[in-house]
Design a binder for this molecule. Structure first.
Ligand code: RAM
Length: 564
């Protein structure tokens, strides 16, 4: 997966702007649907004028954070356990008071277990024993979301992302006694506190260790839901906690890493949020942040930072950009906020100018090397079929949004493009012998390729059921590695009326993570390879990852009920 990551970032950062005539690909398909430059020009003008107002609106919609005081519940240490997730579990070594009110020496250490995953600040109280402490106290802190992070040494790995994400700190405290807060916000269930240096004269000890959890999710607003089974209740609980911990002043992808807004993650978080905490402000802020930081061409980039000042991350994921209008449409439908949807319409209407560029004259998507085609972290995946479906899905959402806003006439070229691409998919990408959609070069069939063909309505009825069942029965079909892509596969099963298969799939991913003791759902999960991940070490994976919280949406949206 490492090569894919390096390649993807190189492409998105080094590729020229995909706007306007810069893309050397024939614009024939777009033009033939009536999506010509003159159609896009007024929207582009409106977008560029509105960008500063959009940033101001993002700022005005900043949600308040709710805080909870948290205390550790026990002391633990990691133990090897072949049956546990990644081969590591924790075992209890004592109670919290065992670590407190006692003189400590260099090398002493304790691992505090807070009992559940939290996102927040840590505070540590230092105490003396009636005598002045004649040197500073230096402590090492190591925060962990899962036991493997406590047991394995990140310094022996070569991650493809910065090790500064790894949640380790050394802090030196001059005053004893004193109460001190660590500088960053952390994502963790466990924290190891180790004495690195202290005076041999005048002893010090820990008076207390506590945390303040932060989230923009208001727990008192969490919608009640009657789960059809204890297993469904457990999955929902973990999914809601995942959403809660990623829901900060924007929807973050992962509070450990990358701590920023990503469009693909946002869409799933927003869907889960509508069924659970229903905080519309944070969706509005996230949409406006992406809108206000769009490129000078008017392209909606895939990621954005809030701090130190709003800024685009400048990644250009085709399948994320194609989902922007969908995310606005779903926000409108859930919140009734027509004003925001109207305000963002020119931006939504402009995006097909970008994501239709790699569609060739025959209506088939062929990667032109100018985008990051993501879909999933699965390295073996040929993304053609999934991208084709995502583009059609995005076009249809743009049409529906136009209809909701009384602007259907403006979306005629997009409706035309969607139906022509659907026809093209059914002829160029359908393999009648295998009964499923495949990619042109090499004929690869994938789970997520069928998912997007079904979700976009390219395949309906028997064709939809048939292609999903075909890949389920085919050991050579490429399976997803992220809960993100698995989410769309499960949703496609439900959409095709395969409820039992949908439930089974949901249980095989989210149910299995729950069985393995997940506090919050993970960024990557391959049931038969717990060490899978795109960063060259599972230690850099995020274990509270936004795009995994969609199980709450799938469960609550009346999609799950066949297996009780
Ligand atoms: C990673 C993040 C994020 C995802 C992008 C594509 O950096 O995990 O969730 O949206 O990749």
């Amino acid at each position: 997966m490492r090569n894919v990551l390096v390649w993807a970032f190189a492409v998105v950062l080094l590729a020229p702007d995909v706007s306007g005539a810069a893309a050397g690909r024939p614009a024939a398909f777009k033009d033939s649907c009536g999506a010509t430059e003159s159609v896009f020009a007024p929207w582009r003008d409106a977008v560029l004028k509105r960008r500063p107002q959009w940033l101001a609106k993002a700022e005005a919609a900043k949600p308040e954070l709710h805080r909870r005081a948290m205390a550790p519940v026990r002391l633990v240490r990691p133990v090897a356990d072949a049956k546990a997730f990644q081969g590591w579990a924790v075992t209890e070594t004592g109670t919290v008071p065992d670590a407190l009110n006692r003189p400590l020496s260099p090398g002493d250490e304790f691992i505090f277990d807070f009992g559940e995953h939290i996102v927040g600040r840590l505070s540590v109280e230092l105490m003396d024993f009636g005598r002045a402490v004649d040197a500073p106290v230096r402590l090492q802190f190591h925060f962990a979301e899962v036991p493997a992070e406590l047991a394995e040494d990140v310094d022996r790995t070569t991650p493809t992302v910065s090790t500064a994400w790894y949640q380790k700190e050394t802090a030196t405290f001059d005053d004893v006694p004193s109460t001190n807060s660590l500088p960053r916000r952390y994502a963790f269930r466990y924290v190891r506190v180790k004495v690195d240096g202290c005076s041999p004269h005048g002893r010090f000890g820990l008076g207390g260790v506590s945390a303040t959890a932060e989230t923009s999710a208001d727990g008192s607003k969490l919608r009640a839901w009657s789960a059809p089974s204890p297993q469904a209740a457990a999955i929902d609980r973990i999914a809601c906690r995942t959403l809660r911990d990623c829901m900060q002043t924007v929807f973050e992808d992962g509070p450990k890493r990358d701590r920023r807004l990503w469009l693909g993650d946002l869409r799933i978080e927003a869907l889960a949020n509508y069924e659970t905490y229903r905080n519309f402000e944070v969706v509005k802020r996230s949409l406006y942040l992406l809108a206000g930081t769009c490129a000078d061409s008017g392209l909606v980039n895939s990621d954005a930072y809030e701090r130190p000042a709003p800024r685009s991350g400048a990644c250009r994921i085709l399948d994320y950009t194609a989902l922007f209008a969908t995310t606005v449409l779903e926000y409108l439908e859930a919140s009734g906020d027509t004003e925001t949807a109207r305000d963002l319409w020119p931006l939504c209407a402009l995006q097909p100018d970008f994501f239709l560029k790699p569609v060739c004259g025959d209506g088939v998507f062929r990667h032109d090397g100018k985008w990051w085609c993501f879909i999933d972290w699965q390295e073996a995946l040929d993304r053609q079929t999934a991208e084709q479906g995502t583009i059609i899905y995005g076009l249809k959402a743009t049409v529906r949004l136009a209809e909701r806003l009384g602007r259907a006439h403006e979306a005629v070229p997009f409706a035309d493009a969607a139906s022509r691409m659907a026809r093209a998919a059914r002829s160029a990408l359908w393999n009648a012998n295998r009964g499923c959609f495949v990619c042109e070069k090499g004929g690869q069939a994938s789970f997520v390729g069928q998912a997007w063909m079904v979700l976009s309505g390219v395949a309906e009825g028997d064709m939809a059921q048939g292609c999903l069942k075909a890949v389920l029965a085919d050991p050579s079909a490429i399976r997803p590695v992220t809960p993100y892509a698995n989410h769309y596969f499960a949703e496609a099963l439900y959409a095709a009326g395969l409820r039992r298969e949908g439930d089974r799939h949901l249980l095989s991913i989210w149910g299995r993570m729950a069985e393995l003791g997940a506090d919050t759902f993970w960024e990557v999960f391959v049931p038969e390879n717990h060490r899978a991940g795109p960063y060259n070490t599972p230690l850099m994976n995020s274990y509270c990852h936004a795009w995994s919280c969609g199980a709450a949406y799938l469960l609550r949206n009346a999609k799950f009920d066949a297996i009780k």
